[in-house]
Design a protein around this ligand. Sequence first.
Ligand code: G
Ligand code: G
Ligand code: MN
Ligand code: NA
Length: 250
Amino acid sequence: QMLKAGLRTALQRGELSLHFQPLVDLRSGRVTCLETLLRWHHPVHGHVSPAEFIPLAEESGLIIRIGEWILRGACAEAAQWPEPVNVAINLSAVQFRDPGLLSTLAETLKLSGLPPGRVELEITESTLLQDDQANIATLEALRGLGVRIALDDFGTGFSSLGYLLRIPFDKIKIDRSFIAGLPGRVESNAVISAVVSMGRSLSLSVTAEGVESAEQLAALRQLGCTEGQGYLFSRPVPAAKVAALLRQPP
Ligand code: G
Ligand code: G
Ligand code: MN
Ligand code: NA
């Protein structure tokens, strides 16, 4: 309850900030994209995890204003990065269902001067579970603006393959629980190998999340996975550190 009240003033008091974590091309080692991750430094409680406060922001509807602030900030930062580097932005379920999302995004893109093709919107499988016709219409409208759609935390929902194939998206991010099972777990290898081959046949990019060890990286390369993200490469860093990170890839 205290957190919920604090969240209301967090924006104007400058307690929120954006961190960025690189996605890396596993063949070239280059940074392809940076994922925007929200941070809240509370004056009393210190760092509060988004896993804790994003649900509160969704309940109260504050996520709309905070989400707009994230979109603006992330696009403004990315407009300063060198050309091929994309920016990924997480969209919560409430934002995704907000009728104002499309116009906010269009306006933000225009103001930032960032080419829409450099923006990847991450939407979790669980956000897309219900009401599929409306979801597909929203995804198509977003893609109509030129942005890319990434299916986040893939493998944690219970979507049928048939439904997934009808969803218009550009990238699959395999949930880190599967990468945690590498190299030993048979199930992890099977899921990753299946997603990689599905990605190939559908021309979708596939990203492995939560890569933490050299052994996992070697296994992913062996499985044909071409993009990874995780503490092995870099933790999320403050916006001010992105330029250095791009000059000297992790
Ligand atoms: O960065 P971290 O591991 O603490 O994030 C925890 C959770 O909060 C993750 O599921 C992540 O997707 C979510 N999250 C982090 N930043 C944002 C954001 O900017 N918007 C939304 N909607 N979720 C975020
Ligand atoms: O749900 P989503 O995939 O957006 O969550 C991203 C979160 O995962 C970020 O908050 C980030 O801090 C966290 N994360 C990123 N890399 C790693 C990693 O290698 N290991 C673990 N355990 N968490 C990670
Ligand atoms: Mn994400
Ligand atoms: Na994820």
